[in-house]
Design a protein around this ligand. Structure first.
Ligand code: IPM
Ligand code: MG
Length: 361
């Protein structure tokens, strides 16, 4: 089997972590008889430096015509980087939003799993970590505040800024369907998270989700307010199976979810549209402060590559083998700095990639 994969190394630690995930993909290709043809495109700050825009039409077309996209991270230090002196639609993150929208990737899956081996790195109460947890955030990715009308104007001599949060019932329905479908393959529980005590968009979200639930009588639906959910994730994360939520809430809750798994460096993600095509990226950012130092944790990107194998290429066994290789490296006591604990062996980004490759069977 031949597959075309678009690579977007991006900015900061992006190139280092993507390089490790490419090594892993090539290793699975050897074992599972697939060849991957990689095409690199620029996105984010590096694209601004070269072309003056965070994503060119050509780059978007390249991504569109491939089987899947693997992304590192985009963006720089928002206080010091010259990219943030540009108008908002020219900044690195605008490239990320443009590619999500341009490829129709409305469903963002962010699994939060506490590995047994990382219980010591879990910042929650010991008893909570011991119990373990395994949930998935289904984040709506192409609507809401991120894509609503926004402007900053001067009114009566004062600056006023506005962002709008809009959802149509069709946008809510299709993401809710995705959540129920994935819940069927897990523990059959969907917690829909909203702010229905304040927001109209949330009230529509709740009513459309309840309609969708009628087609899934085997899946349990409950509703939770987002502030409560933020609290429940630290109090009792084991209660969750699939968390279904809108774009902004999903952004915030998924950072929290990744941290309770031990580190931001552990959480992969898949962004999917209607078909098999998808874009895969770690949930964390570009960490410009540690870029180029070979200390970044490549596991979230490697686990994203596993999701790519599973969801876009139907290579389930290969995906399992990558996930097992990650577990085995952790069981053997290797840690990058972010998940380091006493008595373990500290390794860099590159070595972590090698150790995982060696264990792919
Ligand atoms: C994420 C990131 C992005 C987002 C940023 C970089 C625009 O935080 O993927 O979670 O908010 O979606
Ligand atoms: Mg985020």
């Amino acid at each position: 089997m031949d597959f075309n994969i678009t690579l977007i190394p991006g900015d900061g630690i992006g190139p280092e972590i993507v390089a490790e995930a490419v090594k892993v993909l090539n290793k699975t290709g050897e074992i599972y008889h697939a060849s991957f043809h990689f095409t690199k495109i620029l996105m984010g700050g590096c694209s601004i430096d070269k072309y003056g825009v965070p994503l060119t039409d050509e780059a978007l077309q390249t991504a569109k015509s491939s089987d899947a996209v693997l992304l590192g991270a985009v963006g720089g230090n928002t206080d010091t980087s010259p990219w943030y002196k540009l108008p908002p639609e020219k900044r690195p993150e605008a490239g990320l939003l443009a590619i999500r929208k341009g490829l129709g990737l409305y469903a963002n899956l962010r699994p939060a799993l506490l590995f047994d081996e990382l219980k010591a790195a879990c910042p929650l109460k010991e008893s909570t970590g011991e119990k373990g947890f395994d949930f998935l955030i289904m984040r709506e990715l192409t609507g809401g505040l991120y894509f609503g009308k926004r402007e900053t104007v001067v009114k009566d001599g004062k600056r006023v800024a506005m962002d709008t949060l809009t959802y149509s019932e069709d946008e809510i329905r299709r993401i809710a369907v995705r959540a129920f479908e994935v819940a069927r393959k897990r523990r059959r529980k969907v917690t829909s998270v909203d702010k229905a005590n304040v927001l109209d968009s949330s009230r529509l979200w709740r009513s459309v989700t309840a309609e969708v639930a009628k087609d899934y009588p085997d899946v349990e639906l409950s509703n939770m307010l987002v502030d409560n959910c933020a609290m429940q994730i630290v109090k009792d994360p084991a209660q969750f199976d699939v968390i279904l939520t809108e774009n902004m809430f999903g952004d915030i809750l998924s950072d929290e979810a990744s941290m309770v798994t031990g580190s931001l460096g552990m959480l992969p993600s898949a962004s999917l549209g209607a078909g098999k095509f998808g874009l895969y990226e770690p949930s964390h950012g570009s960490a410009p402060d540690i870029a180029g130092l070979d200390v970044a944790n490549p596991i979230a990107t490697i686990m994203s590559a596993a999701m790519l194998l599973r969801y876009s290429l139907d290579m389930n066994e290969a995906a399992d083998s990558v996930e097992n290789a990650v577990k085995s490296v952790l069981a053997d006591g290797y840690r990058t700095g972010d998940i380091m604990s006493e008595g373990k062996q500290k390794v860099g980004c590159h070595e972590m990639g090698d150790l995982i490759c060696e264990r792919i069977k």
